[in-house]
Design a protein around this ligand. Structure first.
Ligand code: SAM
Length: 312
């Protein structure tokens, strides 16, 4: 089965020509397995030597001391390894690990994760906060919520307050109190498309993109409303669609005017391309060029990141 022709045509408008072949190739093979050392339970050296004792060699990543990859053939063994069972590592894609690093939560702060299950990024936030402060995590889907709670417990997170609720209602209840908010929005998940897994893309449609975008806009409004003046919001998705990315940021900027500033993302971001200035006849504000897409490689999933600050 082939990827939908309309998806490919749209993608061609999104990805730079120089990266096109690599991006197309990325749909053919699963990504290299990656993990994050959970510093709430262990340390990189300890985890690496435990893995080595089980015959697993991990490779470091240049931009994080706690991110590693293993060989493709070792995926199952990594998932069932001693450190994984004990919550000393969390199997997590490299691009997903960028989110908490970009938000830079500090110990003692009040942080909100507005779309949190299964908790990979929430637990990374807690680790960066050294389990000090307050972490509100929100998930509206019941079975995903219980999985989130179980993961946080297994990973030793002690500062999380979990809420089974729709993220769009949160700002109304909390008011603007959080120092930082992560919105890892539910999306059309185009980065997960794999040619060998037709179920990953067979339900894709432009209509689904529009539906996701509607929900994402409700969520980003709530995320913004929950943020204190001077606070930071990281918006991200694992999809290419500009309607779910630049257009959501553009909509917020239009509503908030000078109160919202899009911040530059760091130079070390791997395999990234600046946000689009226009797509399918729609122009985006120049500030959207400070947002970034991670392009897929054999080790990185496609992702989109926008970091915003609420002016005091
Ligand atoms: N941040 C998570 C992690 O790193 O483990 C992954 C989050 S996933 C991309 C998006 C999540 O948003 C899903 O668990 C989905 O159930 C949840 N979601 C869907 N609708 C939502 C809503 N209205 N409010 C909050 N979360 C929602």
């Amino acid at each position: 089965m082939e990827l939908p022709a309309e998806f490919i045509q749209r993608l061609h408008e999104i990805v730079r020509e120089a990266d096109w072949e690599q991006v197309l190739e990325s749909f053919q093979f699963p990504r290299q397995p990656a993990f994050r050392v959970n510093t709430l339970r262990s340390a990189p050296n300890e985890v690496l030597s435990q893995l080595a004792a089980e015959g697993l060699q991990a490779q470091p990543v240049s931009w994080s001391e706690t991110a590693f990859t293993v060989a493709m053939a070792d995926r199952e063994r990594l998932t069932h390894s001693g450190p994984a069972n004990r919550g000393e590592l969390y199997v997590q894609s490299l691009s997903s690990q960028l989110a908490a690093l970009l938000l830079e939560p500090q110990p003692g702060e009040q942080i909100l994760d507005l779309a949190a299950a299964p908790g990979g990024k929430s637990s990374h936030l807690a680790a960066l906060m050294q389990n000090q402060g307050w972490l509100s995590v929100v998930e509206p889907i019941r079975d995903r919520f219980f999985r989130l709670q179980a993961n946080l417990k297994r990973l030793g997170v002690s500062i999380a307050h979990t809420y089974l609720t729709d993220g769009r209602t949160v700002a109304r209840k909390t008011g603007p109190r959080f120092d930082r908010v992560l919105l890892d929005a539910p999306c059309s998940a185009e980065s997960r498309f794999q040619l060998g897994q037709p179920e990953s893309f067979q339900f894709w449609s432009p209509r689904k993109i529009r539906e996701s975008a509607r929900k994402q806009f409700g969520l980003i409004r709530s995320a913004w409303g929950a943020l204190r003046p001077g606070g930071r919001l990281l918006y991200c998705t694992c999809t290419f669609a500009p309607e779910e990315n630049e257009a959501i940021v553009a909509g917020l900027l239009e509503e908030q005017g000078a109160a919202a500033e899009v911040l530059e993302l760091p130079e070390w971001l791997p395999h990234s391309q600046v946000g689009l200035g226009k797509f399918a006849g729609t122009e985006f504000p120049a500030a959207c060029e400070r947002t970034r897409r991670i392009l897929p490689t054999n080790a990185h999933d496609a992702f989109y990141f926008a970091l915003l600050e609420k002016k005091a």
